[in-house]
Ligand binder design. Structure first.
Ligand code: NAD
Length: 497
């Protein structure tokens, strides 16, 4: 059995822990590897190393750091097929979708290539007589990222290219369910010329996460995962005086207005609800059918859900792959059972889906519920599987109220042909990322990604300009070079006369 190790100081690191976790191929259901689960000492050793590397790295001119990012970008493009296959093998999503997610990560690297421009400060000449003042941003030190299973390349790449380009060193603790992609990215960064110890991968579970929270040399923590863990990370990192951004779970609504292009809305919903088997934080799991559009919407959706091609991620025909683990499959099926008990109408039932030759794989077919109401658990809780709930709303105001009263606030979209409705919607929605006739409004790398309410704890979103702010500290300098004249001591607050 292959053992996936850590990557510290530019090389494979075994650490001193004997604990391991199991990594599966979700398409076959077979275990493909075991992964080392780091001890507190392993994490602390990696951090001590990263701290040493920070000194030299942070002094490198931003242009030199950008050149390494350029090289890294080229290597990701060169090895895109290999990286994509690693994602498919451990996560299960279909090849083209995995490739797309890698590309969205690559775009952050491309953005980070502009770091000399992004780090330029602000300068004011003559804030007082012969006094100049400027602001600049400096790196923090060792930063850490803790990431979920659902985007093994993209989510880590929301974090580390920005952190490193800003001059920090980085410890990545990827999901123990699909850790191999992070290790390969670390190797490519080394090949791109990144000095040893600047980027490190430590595999692990709660023990390694707690070691990150408690390590005094880690200045900032970026987290992406479920809401209870995001809250735990936020509270405990803050207690330990760290900067923290913790992105949590979601329940994204898609409001379907009666005036919309219904085919466009249905196609948008299909991709957003069932793409990546619903294991996306921007997946749409609730369709709000407004006015009389519900019956037609459900009729069109049900045909497409029944026709979904579910199969192994490497099969070119597959539109949707398996779920990540057997436990997760059971959890998602359990939610479908709950929905039935709660009285929602199960229009398409994917629970008994089987595929010949892959009987042990973690598959479920697409599921579609109608007449879901806001008091049901399947409406309130994140299922994170291919289960779409249709909720009926009388009018736009009722739909907006549903969106705004939900505890999560990651993404939302509306399908309408009316500009006034679209504008009112994006103006009033209490949600971090809004799409108008766009089913998955994931911001590009040069904007920033993040939700509202219980989908994000902290102040700053990820990557884009917010990424630069998160991974740097602001310093403002005020300077005077006296030319001959020496002033007497002043005991009052200096002001402009
Ligand atoms: P998760 O919260 O179980 O795990 C995330 C990370 O936290 C992993 O690295 C894991 O090892 C660690 N972890 C798990 N349990 C822990 C514990 N008790 N103590 C300390 N650390 C712990 O999430 P997941 O199942 O890997 O990913 C799915 C979740 O991530 C969903 O809720 C999804 O919405 C969310 N997500 C959110 C975004 C976003 O941008 N808001 C993006 C992707 C995924």
């Amino acid at each position: 059995m292959k053992t996936i190790q850590h990557f510290v100081d530019g090389k494979t690191f075994s650490g001193n822990s004997n604990r391991t976790g199991k990594v599966y191929n979700p398409a076959t259901g077979d275990q493909s590897a075991e992964v080392k689960l780091a001890s507190t000492k392993d994490v602390n050793d990696a951090v001590a190393n990263a701290k040493k590397s920070f000194e030299e790295w942070s002094n490198k001119p931003p242009l030199q750091r950008a050149r390494i990012m350029f090289k890294f970008k080229e290597l990701i493009e060169k090895y895109s097929d290999e990286l994509t296959k690693i994602i498919v093998a451990e996560h299960g999503k279909v090849y083209e979708d995995a490739k797309g997610s890698l590309k969205r990560g690559l775009e952050v690297v491309e953005y980070a290539c502009g770091i000399p421009q992004l780090l330029k400060g602000e300068f004011t000449e003559n804030v007082g007589a012969n006094v100049d003042s400027w602001s600049m941003r400096q790196p923090l030190g060792v930063c850490a990222g803790i990431t979920p299973f659902n985007f093994p390349a993209m989510v880590p790449m929301w974090m580390f290219p920005m952190a490193i380009a800003c001059g920090n060193s980085f410890i990545l603790k990827p999901s123990e369910k699909d850790p191999s992609c992070s290790i390969r990215l670390a190797e490519l960064l080394k090949d791109a010329g990144l000095p040893d110890g600047v980027f490190n991968v430590v595999n692990g579970d709660k023990e390694s996460v707690d070691a990150i929270i408690n390590n005094k040399d880690i200045q900032a923590v970026s987290f992406v995962g479920s809401t209870p863990i995001a809250k735990y990370i936020y509270e405990n990192c803050a207690k330990n005086e760290k900067r923290v951004q913790a992105l949590g779970g979601a329940k994204n609504h898609c409001v379907v207005m009666p005036d919309c292009d219904l085919d466009q809305a249905v196609n948008g919903l299909m991709g957003a609800a069932y793409g990546s088997a619903g294991e996306r934080c921007m997946a749409q799991s609730v369709a709000v059918a407004v006015g009389g559009v519900g019956d037609k919407l459900v009729e069109l959706l049900s045909k497409k859900v029944e026709a979904l091609k579910v199969g192994p991620g490497m099969d070119k025909e597959s539109e949707m792959g398996p779920l990540v683990t057997k436990e997760h499959l059971e959890k998602v099926k359990g939610y479908v059972d709950i929905g039935v008990k709660e009285g929602a109408k199960l229009i398409v039932d994917g629970r008994n889906f089987k595929i010949q030759g892959y009987e042990k794989g973690f598959y479920i077919g697409g599921c579609l519920f109608d007449y879901v109401t806001k008091d049901m658990r399947i409406y309130k809780e994140e299922i994170f599987g291919p289960v779409l709930s249709v909720v009926r709303a009388k009018n736009f105001d009722e739909a907006l109220e549903l969106v705004n009263n939900h505890e999560f606030g990651n993404g939302v979209s509306i399908f309408t042909r009316d500009g006034d409705t679209g504008r009112t919607f994006y103006n009033k929605a209490k949600i971090g990322m809004v799409g108008i006739n766009i089913p998955i409004p994931v911001p590009m790398a040069f904007h920033s990604f993040g939700g509202w309410k219980r989908s994000l704890f902290g102040d700053q979103h990820m990557h884009g300009p917010e990424g630069v702010r998160f991974y740097t500290k602001l310093k403002t300098i005020t300077s005077r070079w006296p030319s001959g004249l020496r002033s007497d001591p002043e005991f009052v607050m200096p002001t402009m006369k």
